[in-house]
Design a protein. Structure first.
Ligand code: C5P
Length: 228
């Protein structure tokens, strides 16, 4: 059996307000976010097969940033889940293959977290996701932005990536979500909707998703701190 990595990188990253998608902004060592993310994944899984989801009109991508020998490019879709479904339909996996999906915008992922997630995804039949227990007090707001109640946080987690599942389960989950016309923002949501419960794997707090302009400098500082 093979291990697969799907990296959705077809987003526009509009919240960054930059002149190109965030995955192409220079992060460190003259390399863009996308190159750093792929280098981290390759470091942990050098023989995995990579499926990279890119916008059909992408003008910035260069294959020089892909360290994998076995990889393919697929077109992105209008939502993240459509990009991942395109990947699942294009790849030649068998039902039992483990597929890990990782945001291109999370370049600070560590080898330790990657290996822990892979281990959990392989062991748990419903798959696994990296996640972080909520540390702040959680408020529910009304439409006016008034705090109406406090949500107990004991059972709340931030969902991170990667998230890993057997190919057949992940494909069935996302195809079902699409049939039901629900937009899921991660793979685990689609699996949960089938009545399955993926394992939450406590991950590092510095697995930042680059979203807002300040996040680029923060991610560069995290990479520098991890290197010492
Ligand atoms: O915008 P956000 O950070 O939530 O996107 C999460 C990931 O999904 C990013 O890696 C982005 O490139 C990807 N994406 C995609 N196709 C879309 C939308 C987002 O591959 N249509």
């Amino acid at each position: 059996s093979h291990s697969w990595l799907i990296v959705p990188a077809a987003g526009q990253g509009r919240r960054m307000g930059a002149d190109k998608p965030k995955q192409y902004l220079t992060l460190a060592d003259g390399q863009p976010v996308l190159a750093h993310t792929l280098a981290r994944l390759h470091g942990a899984f050098p023989s995995a097969r990579l499926v990279l989801c890119l916008d059909a009109d992408d003008r910035w991508f260069s294959p020089q940033w892909v360290p994998f020998t076995n990889w393919q490019r697929v077109a992105g879709g209008s939502e993240r889940m459509d990009s991942v479904l395109n990947a699942l339909h294009a790849m030649t996996a068998t039902d039992d293959d483990v597929v890990m999906v990782h945001d291109v915008a999370r370049p600070c992922i560590t080898q330790g977290d990657l290996l822990a997630l892979y281990q959990a995804a392989t062991t748990n039949p419903a798959g696994a996701l990296l996640a972080m227990p909520v540390a702040d007090t959680m408020k529910r707001a009304d439409d006016q932005g008034l705090s109406t109640r406090t949500e107990p946080r004991e059972h709340l987690w931030h969902a991170l990536t990667p998230q890993g599942f057997r190919y057949a389960l992940l494909r069935r989950a996302l195809e079902t979500a699409r049939q039901r016309q629900t937009v899921v923002t991660d793979e685990a949501s689609a699996v949960e909707a089938l009545g399955e419960s993926p394992l939450l794997v406590s991950g590092r707090r510095d697995n930042l998703k680059i979203t807002h302009p300040d996040d680029l400098a923060l991610a560069a500082a995290i990479l520098a701190a991890q290197a010492v």
